[in-house]
Write a protein that binds this ligand. Structure first.
Ligand code: CDP
Length: 230
């Protein structure tokens, strides 16, 4: 059976990656977390001192250094999910910190960053058989994806999920700060000039505010089955 392309977009911290990972594992597709790629660019910029104390970005220098950023994904045998590598170092944990979260959206709004990541994503997904999640996958990266899903949930529920996730990983977190960060990222992501976050016209919409992880997984598997048998 022909393997299709599945694009899962939506707001920050709404559980897209959990759904996307679960679906990919279930159906034997490759899962790509496009947000991890923007987070790697942000971590690189932080490590290289290209983000000033006031939060402004040294854009010319970052643009010059873009070719030094190599992101890859390798399957972690223990978790069964791919880990993110930046220049051959596993950064799966480092890219999920609040520090990275607080700088990622301005970095992801830079046109040269988007151009570089979009072309890598298109290359990875060239053969289909992929589940990719992000903000612009169904609109800009794979506008012809056979299945598109747009996920959302209320702000407070999304912040609570992200807060719980950070605490479970042993990170320090403040609920109000997490809530403000996701609202601010949604604002920047939705209003940027290049490939803003928006629902593709042909996307299936899922508000998972009151769904459990098994319920949302089942919803997605059912939609996938409908799609491939259509
Ligand atoms: O995990 P969460 O949903 O909070 O965010 P993420 O998927 O890790 O994405 C982090 C940030 O990367 C987003 O807030 C966007 O600014 C950016 N991003 C993007 O611009 N385009 C994508 N396709 C994916 C992420």
């Amino acid at each position: 059976m022909k393997k299709i392309t599945i694009a899962i977009d939506g707001h920050s911290s709404c559980g897209k990656s959990t759904m996307a990972k679960d679906l990919a594992r279930e159906i034997g597709y490759i899962y790509i977390d496009s947000g991890a790629m923007y987070r790697c660019c942000t971590l690189f910029a932080l490590h290289q001192g290209l983000i000033n104390p006031d939060g402004s970005i040294q854009t010319e220098e970052l643009e010059r250094r873009m070719s030094d950023i190599h992101v890859s994904f390798r399957l972690n045998a223990e978790t069964g999910h791919p880990d993110t590598y930046l220049n051959n170092t596993c950064v799966e944990r480092e890219i999920r910190t609040m520090e990275v979260s607080s700088h990622v959206s301005p970095i992801a709004a830079l046109p040269f960053v988007r151009a570089a990541m979009t072309s890598q994503q298109q290359e990875i997904g060239r053969e289909g058989g992929i589940v990719m999640d992000g903000r612009d996958i169904g609109t800009a990266v794979f506008p012809n994806a056979e299945m598109k899903v747009f996920v959302t949930a209320s702000d407070e529920i999304r912040a609570q999920r992200r807060y719980d996730e950070l605490i479970a990983k042993g990170e320090s977190a403040d609920f109000q700060q997490v809530l403000e960060n996701l609202r601010e990222r949604d604002r920047i992501d939705s209003t940027r000039a290049v490939a803003p976050l928006r629902q593709a016209e042909d996307a299936l919409v899922l508000d998972n505010s009151h769904m459990s992880i098994p319920e949302q997984k089942q919803w997605l598997i059912d939609r996938f089955k409908e799609r491939i048998h259509a």
